[in-house]
Write a protein that binds this ligand. Structure first.
Ligand code: ADP
Ligand code: MG
Length: 498
């Protein structure tokens, strides 16, 4: 405050004016500051500061008013020496007034406050430094403990997940290495690993069941093959045994025919040259009905020849059917195969079943005779079975056709007008053991074996076209020419084209 300088500035009016203006401005500044502090106090609830303000807030204004009242309205520059001295006295007297005392006290208190505030600020800075340090310490510790906790959790989690998965892998490896499908993984939890273990167990069980099924199927197939092969051997043996005596009979029948013709010729000559034989011969001739005998004997020999020929053919068919030497493919006459099969099945064909064969160009194809016999036997037997299911009155027909489809196939169609196969069964007919026939009648292997023989052994195709109540047609496609699959390079290539 410049109030102490004011009395002395009175001697220099222009300086006084400047000092006075500065003084008033200072008072205003102090008031403005105090109002600001008052707002701060109101906002931040500082009771001590509030009391301080309450006490000193009016002081600057009061002081200013008192200075102004001492100076009055007077123009300082116009004052004479005496008036100026009186004004000086009045201003100096003001210095010892209570208001100036208050003002000075205000100044002292303010300084104290300021010192206190600086101390507080220092302390605050100190606390702030400590707080910052503490914050960094907390951050560093947090990072450290988070890392440690992370490591512990990841170790625990990886163990918790990895151990059961390792167990599963171990079981899976053992199952595949040892082919032990009785093994099962331990299911300890209900989580994803537990579900995986259950699925693995189900998979192992499924494979086990399938393997057992396959083994049983293989065993039955083996048994069936064994049966077929011993049946084939027996058939071949019987055919061979019959073949010799039949050839013997057939061969001798030609001579017997010759001898009989010679004897009949001589008899005729006798009758001609000796027209009146003795009564004893005449009686005996009548008794033996020689005329009938002469007439019937050639027929008799002829029918014996036909019969023997048929037996020879049957024996040949049986021999072909049970051919055991089919290790290499060779030219097969399919028409002969079909004819021989029909001959063997002759006794089944009788009951009102008509067979119509239409052979187109049927050149020999590379294949296995015995196996193709089996195929024709299976398919024609099935057709006969289907027709025997029909009522007596129904017309029953089996139609067999062959044709050459250049450049690749010999096509054989075997059709019947039986009850047909339902669409859902059509999908299963080539499955091993699928049969709709009573136990002991059907084995369900005929078509499965036929499919294998045609597709795998001959590299051909086997298709079925069937309509319920209308009939069934099986079509066999056999390659006309040797292929890598159905013939060995050593096989002579004597196959003609269509
Ligand atoms: N021509 C056909 N007509 C009707 N059904 C047939 C015919 N051929 C085959 N099937 C059906 O296919 C099944 C399987 O035939 P197959 O494998 O030869 O076994 P199986 O004759 O021992 O039953 C037969 O049980 C029958 O239901
Ligand atoms: Mg069958």
């Amino acid at each position: 405050m410049h109030q102490q300088q004011l009395p002395f500035a009175l001697d220099f009016p222009s300086e006084f004016q400047r000092e006075y203006v500065a003084f008033v401005q200072q008072v205003r500044n102090v008031q403005a500051l105090m109002t600001e502090v008052e707002r701060f106090v109101l906002e931040h609830n500082k009771p001590e500061l509030a009391r301080f303000l309450q006490r000193y807030l009016p002081i600057p204004q009061l002081y200013l008013e008192q200075v102004q009242s001492q100076l009055g309205e007077t123009d300082i520059s116009a004052l004479g020496g005496v008036e100026r001295a009186a004004a000086q006295q009045a201003l100096l007297a003001l210095n010892s007034s209570t208001i100036v005392g208050e003002l000075e006290q205000f100044s002292i208190d303010l300084r104290n406050w300021a010192e206190q505030a600086f101390e507080d600020e220092d302390a605050a800075h100190h606390h702030l430094d400590e707080a910052i340090q503490l914050r960094w310490q907390i951050i560093a510790h947090s990072i450290f403990y988070t890392i440690i906790l992370g490591i512990i959790i990841s170790l625990y989690t990886s163990r918790a997940i990895a151990t059961p998965i390792q167990n599963l892998t171990h079981v899976a490896r053992r199952v595949t290495q040892e082919s032990n499908f009785e093994l099962q993984a331990e299911v300890k939890t209900q989580d994803e690993v537990g579900v995986l273990a259950v699925s693995l167990n189900q998979l192992i069980q499924r494979v086990n069941a399938l393997l057992k099924e396959q083994k049983a199927e293989q065993a039955t197939r083996l048994l069936e093959n064994e049966k077929m092969s011993s049946l084939g051997q027996m058939l071949a043996g019987v055919a061979h045994e019959i073949n010799n005596p039949v050839n013997f009979i057939y061969g001798n029948l030609i001579h017997a025919d010759e001898y009989i013709r010679d004897l009949l010729e001589i008899l005729e000559l006798y009758q001609e040259k000796v027209p009146d034989p003795p009564s004893e011969i005449r009686d005996r001739t009548e008794e033996l009905e020689i005329e009938f005998l002469i007439e019937d004997l050639p027929n008799l020999v002829n029918s014996m020849q036909v019969g023997a020929d048929r037996v020879r053919q049957i024996v040949l068919s049986l021999k072909n059917f049970s051919r055991l030497d089919d290790t290499e493919p060779h030219p097969v006459n399919v028409q002969e195969c079909i004819e021989s099969t029909l001959l063997i099945l002759n006794n089944r064909i009788k009951k009102g079943i008509q067979i119509a064969c239409q052979y187109g160009n049927t050149p020999p194809i590379p294949g296995y005779t015995g196996l193709l016999y089996q195929v024709f036997m299976n398919i024609i037997s099935n057709a006969i079975d289907a027709l025997l299911e029909l009522p007596e009155s129904r017309d029953k027909q089996i139609k067999i056709t062959t044709e050459c489809q250049q450049p690749e196939w010999l096509v054989i169609r075997i059709a019947d007008n039986g009850m047909g196969i339902s669409p859902e069964n059509q999908a299963k007919i080539y499955d091993a053991f699928f049969t709709t026939k009573p136990r002991g009648v059907g084995t369900g292997l005929g078509l499965a074996i036929s499919y294998q023989i045609i597709v795998e052994k001959h590299n051909g195709k086997l298709t079925c076209d069937s309509q319920v109540d209308e009939g069934t047609e099986f079509t066999i496609f056999l390659p006309l020419h040797p292929t890598a699959e159905n013939v060995s390079p050593a096989t002579p290539a004597n196959y003609s084209t269509c």
